[in-house]
Design a protein around this ligand. Structure first.
Ligand SMILES: Cc1cc2nc3c(=O)[nH]c(=O)nc-3n(C[C@H](O)[C@H](O)[C@H](O)COP(=O)(O)O)c2cc1C
Ligand code: FES
Length: 589
């Protein structure tokens, strides 16, 4: 298990390694013992931000080394630190390199040399031949050249200004070496994306197995939020190292995402920001599990929870993995980049705290994600938010043009300005009436939290205003503190966030019980669902659909098929013909 909460470590050693890079050394047996070449740690500059940094070395006695280039606000601030200062670390995260083949070529661009140094060390320990090709704009930017030589690698340099080694691009040098008959059984690369794309073109024509370390915006670092999306892969969990074949049907080398999730080109010629479409997926409607809610037919009652993914392609993957519906990230009128990191961590086993701050690309830009998600033929629930009637009207007017099956109005994000909606019944009623007047007959579920004194009263207000269903519960307000520095751990300027996962399982079920008792409209359960047992208890308390969020972090995508399989076994063993027969059973005893 990685260390999943930012934990303070002293900078043991700090030295300049190139014109733009400083190397930081820490001591952490917990992280070092688990670290593999290609993995990364989240580095927290307290009160500023938290960023993903590749591990440049980790030794069995607990030494961790990272190389940080001065390329942004947080890295610049880190460059002002001194030995002895405290920095937060969590990790290690992600999938690293797998070393294969007797003679390996490692192609590094700039500070991309850092993870390759760790990989080269591992390869030499395995007695492999390693040639390092390192490129930079000038000799002053070269990183770890002496260290590669000390490990026993052959090193070739290319600089764009010709100040050292070959004059030109490192990819030109790679091509020349291949043309002169140099043979490699594997290529590993890390550096600027367009450089790596060129490396892949060269190695593809020679059919050399190639692994690429990809960089994207990382927020949670452990597969929850989907900010790091690359063609439906989560770079922080499924990567950052990918086999070149995995990248072929992604946007690698063409476009990436901003913090909001909006797509931006990375090529000089701003090419179309479209995805390569996946094949159309049609789910199976199983007699035991299929269900109908608000006039929408669901192949099974298990969906993902809102906020576990921004991209349409990730939602598509959930459907293929067995989700009977998919729920989008909450999308608003305007693009939002969310709060600084730390924005997500594990506060106790399987319980998490997040303050993402509703990052989203804005409802108009979201059309591209809807198009991708619709390649899976399961109901699509669009989650939306807004802080007043006008804003919500504008969102609804765009949303109604999209091919969606249901809207979920998020009235309850506990750590943004938008929470005011949940705390103001008059405003909530006004918004629901307005949205309904625009989107009817598309059903609207209203999502509430346990943070208001009387969730059932609030749900009744929503029902009266025209809500077709209630989703409960959103996260539970929390403000975790680092006790050494006595400052909030979360990057949200107020320090507030919301708790999710196991800590919600018991309370969530109680709230569903209370809602079912008071309401005539259906209730959708979310909060700490980790197993079929949780679904059964929620169903007996009155829920008809079930959303899985935090469990995706620990259980992976298999949770959808596992819950469905265990549910079917339970229904058969207990003589039920359909999941619907369980709904509200606890109230009939
Ligand atoms: C990282 C993260 C992002 C979330 N984003 C949203 C969101 O955009 N909209 C929303 O309605 N709920 C959001 N939630 C709340 C979840 O949808 C869900 O209500 C909550 O996590 C409880 O379910 P769980 O215990 O299964 O995670 C988010 C939760 C997390 C952990
Ligand atoms: S940063 Fe990768 S899923 Fe959150």
């Amino acid at each position: 298990m990685p260390l999943n909460i930012p934990t303070l470590h002293r900078i043991e050693e700090l030295k300049k390694a190139s014109s733009e890079v400083k190397v930081f050394n820490f001591h952490s047996e917990e992280i070092a013992k688990q670290s593999e070449p290609g993995q990364f740690v989240m580095v927290w500059d307290p009160g500023i931000d938290e960023i993903p940094i590749s591990i440049a070395d980790a030794s069995p006695d607990g030494e961790i080394e990272v190389a940080i280039a001065d390329v942004g606000d947080c890295t610049h601030n880190l460059h002002q630190k001194h030995e002895g200062d405290l920095i937060g670390l969590r990790g290690p995260y992600g999938r690293g390199f797998s070393i294969d083949g007797e003679r390996i070529c490692m192609v590094a661009g700039g500070y991309g040399a850092a993870p390759l140094k760790f990989a080269a060390k591992r390869a030499k320990e395995l007695d492999k031949g390693v040639m390092v090709l390192e490129g930079a704009r000038s000799s002053a930017e070269l990183l770890y050249v002496k260290e590669f030589e000390r490990i026993g690698c052959e090193v070739r340099i290319a600089t764009e200004d010709g100040s050292e080694g070959y004059k030109g691009l490192i990819t030109d040098l790679l091509e020349e070496m291949r043309a002169s008959g140099e043979k490699f059984e594997q290529v590993l690369t890390c550096g600027p994306e367009l450089m790596m794309r060129r490396v892949c073109e060269i190695t593809r024509s020679e059919r050399i197995p190639t692994q690429v370390s990809v960089e994207r915006i990382v927020k949670c670092g452990c597969g929850a939020c989907g900010s790091c999306d690359l063609g439906g892969y989560r770079v922080c969990k499924d990567g950052p190292v990918f086999n070149v074949e995995e990248l072929e049907r992604t946007e690698f080398g063409n476009w990436k995402r901003e913090k909001s999730g909006k797509r931006i080109s990375i090529k000089p010629d701003a090419s179309a920001l479209l995805s390569i479409p996946p094949s159309q997926f049609t789910p199976e409607y199983e007699p035991l599990l299929k269900t109908e809610v608000c006039g929408v037919n669901f192949p099974n009652p298990i969906a993902n929870a809102a906020g576990f993914g921004v991209s349409g392609k990730l939602l598509y993957r959930y459907a293929v993995a067995g989700a009977g519906a998919v729920v989008t990230k909450s999308v608003g009128r305007y693009e939002r980049e969310g709060y600084p990191n730390p924005s997500f961590f594990e506060i106790s086993p399987h319980s998490y705290v997040n303050a993402m701050g509703l990052p989203n690309p804005g409802i108009r830009n979201y059309v591209l994600e809807i198009e991708d998600a619709k390649h899976a033929d399961v109901p699509l629930i669009l989650s939306i938010f807004g802080k007043n009637v006008e804003e919500c009207r504008e969102v609804a007017e765009v949303a109604v043009k999209y091919p969606i099956d249901m809207l979920e109005f998020n009235a309850s994000c506990p750590h943004t300005d938008f929470v005011a909606v949940e705390n103001n019944p008059k405003l909530l009623s006004g918004i629901i009436k307005e949205i309904r007047s625009i989107v009817h007959p598309v059903p609207i579920a209203v999502k509430i939290s346990p943070n208001v004194g009387d969730p059932a009263g609030l749900a009744m207000t929503a029902e009266k205003a025209g809500a077709d269903a209630i989703t409960a519960i959103n996260t539970v307000i929390a403000r975790p503190i680092d006790h050494t520095l006595n400052i909030p751990l979360l990057g949200n300027p107020t320090g507030y966030g919301g708790k999710s996962g196991k800590d919600l399982t018991v309370g969530g079920k109680d709230i569903i019980f209370a809602l079912y008792k008071e309401l005539k409209i259906p209730v959708i359960a979310v909060g700490g669902i980790f197993s079929a047992k949780d679904v059964i208890e929620y169903a007996r308390n009155g829920a008809c659909l079930f959303q899985v969020g935090s469990a995706l972090v620990s259980e992976g995508f298999e949770i959808f098929s596992c819950i469905n399989k265990d549910l079917k076994a339970y229904l058969v063993a207990n003589g039920y013909k359909n999941i619907g027969e369980l709904m509200g059973e606890a109230h009939r005893r």
